[in-house]
Structures are given as structure tokens and as C-alpha cells.
Design a binder for this molecule. Structure first.
Ligand SMILES: O=C(O)CCC(=O)C(=O)O
Ligand SMILES: [Fe+2]
Length: 229
């Protein structure tokens, strides 16, 4: 499923130097296409808002009712609203077995893939990969946070981007922030690229613009040094 032509040496070096790297053309092209179709057409999304239980994905009508309150909360500090599908839970519960997406988690946790990420990062302790599918619609966002987590051995965060088209002014970039709250740089969610960074690191997903023509689709999660409890 991974593109055999990746120049790993180059990405490993960049990751070690800067703590983040974006790898274009990460999956083999047909795998990326099929996963993109699955995310676009088949995934039963829920909307996640910080502090609230996930709910069925907002319709435009529900979003009109609920987003003003979500923005008031976002004005007070860390907050997010985006659509997601939790692969780990779905697989555990045997939900939606027809989804092609379900090949991803076993593949990401197979020994060859784990070996690959150990080589890419130089971290021999990586043992487990978590994953969720995400969709950011216009108006959705994830404010600055650092992915630090008390009980999880998160070492790297990854985002496999699966929107076929993305324009730089549509919002939805993955931005990196320095210790003084300044802007460092950002990754465009380019089709079939893997954005990868060492955690903790401050970052956010820019609010998707009202005029974006596509949803921002991805499979994202962390590379862990311990299997989940
Ligand atoms: O989707 C992204 O680019 C990053 C997502 C993220 O930071 C997170 O889910 O913690
Ligand atoms: Fe994050």
C-alpha cells in the first residue's frame, strides 16, 4: 500500500532536523484513490465538538444553529469542531465492516509498516498506530494544541491527506506555532501526502473557508511507543 519509490533517507533527515516533514505521494496511487472515495462517499461521519459527546454529522441547518455557540467557546480558548470516524472504536465494535477504510488500521499495525515507521523516525520503540478519519467542512476548525497526552505514549502525529484538490486559501492548513505564539510554517493538505511531526509540538488546523469547494478529508492519528491500554 505504501508507494515503493519514496526517498526515505531524505525525509528521515528532514524529520530529525526540523521535527516535521511532509511526504508527498505516500500511498500507492490506487490505494489513495480508493480511500479518498470511501471517505467522500461512504463514511458515516459524526461531528466532534470539544466537551460534548459526538453527534450525528451536522446538517447545514444544525450547523447554523450550533456554530455560533461553538465560536463563542472557541473565543475563550482551546476548542474544536470537526467531523470524524473513530477507526479503533469502529473496528472493536465491528461497525460498518464493508468500509474499505477498515483495511487501514491492521495495515498500519502490521510488522512491515511498524518497521517502516521505526526506520523513518529512527525510533526503535514505536509499537502501535492509532487512526481516525477526519472531515473538516467550511467553518470547522481545531485551535492550537500540542498533542501532549497524559496516558498515551504518543511520539509522532501523522496526517494522511485525502482531499483530491485543495487550494492554499481555503483554510484547513496544518499550521505550526513557536513557543512565543508566533507562526512557524504550515503544510497544505495535498492529496496523498503524509504530514508528520514529533509531539509535543504546538499546531492547529486553520478554519476552513466558507468558499472551499471540497471537504478536507484525512486519516490521522499517532505513532505510539506502547500498545493502547
Ligand atoms: O488534521 C490535521 O492536520 C491535524 C489534526 C490534529 O492536530 C489532531 O487531530 O490532533
Ligand atoms: Fe493535533
Amino acid at each position: 500500500m505504501i508507494n515503493n519509490d519514496l526517498d526515505i533517507t531524505r525525509y528521515r533527515k528532514r524529520l530529525a532536523e526540523v521535527g516535521r516533514v511532509q511526504i508527498p505521494g505516500f500511498l500507492q496511487a490506487d490505494a489513495a484513490e480508493r480511500l479518498a472515495d470511501c471517505l467522500r462517499r461512504e463514511v458515516p461521519w459524526s461531528t466532534a465538538e470539544r466537551g460534548l459527546p459526538d453527534s450525528p454529522a451536522f446538517t447545514p441547518e444544525v450547523a447554523r444553529q450550533r456554530m455560533p455557540e461553538a465560536y463563542r467557546r472557541a473565543a475563550q480558548g482551546f476548542h474544536f469542531v470537526y467531523d470524524r470516524y473513530l477507526l479503533v472504536d469502529a473496528l472493536k465494535e465491528g461497525r460498518d465492516p464493508h468500509l474499505l477504510l477498515h483495511v487501514v488500521l491492521p495495515f498500519f499495525n502490521s510488522e512491515p509498516y511498524l518497521q517502516f515507521i521505526r526506520e523513518l523516525t529512527g525510533d526503535p520503540e514505536l509499537k502501535a498506530v492509532g487512526a481516525q478519519a477526519t472531515r473538516y467542512l467550511p467553518g470547522q476548525f481545531l485551535r492550537v494544541h500540542d498533542d501532549g497526552h497524559h496516558d498515551e505514549a504518543r511520539r509522532y502525529a501523522y496526517v494522511l491527506n485525502l482531499s483530491r484538490r485543495w487550494e492554499v486559501d481555503w483554510g484547513g492548513l496544518l499550521h505550526f506555532v513557536d513557543e512565543d505564539g508566533g507562526h512557524l510554517d504550515a503544510f497544505l493538505p495535498r492529496f496523498n501526502s503524509l504530514s508528520l511531526f514529533k509531539v509535543p509540538a504546538k499546531h492547529f488546523v486553520g478554519t476552513v473557508a466558507p468558499f472551499a469547494l471540497e471537504p478536507r478529508l484525512a486519516i490521522t492519528g499517532w505513532w505510539h511507543s506502547q500498545p493502547p491500554a
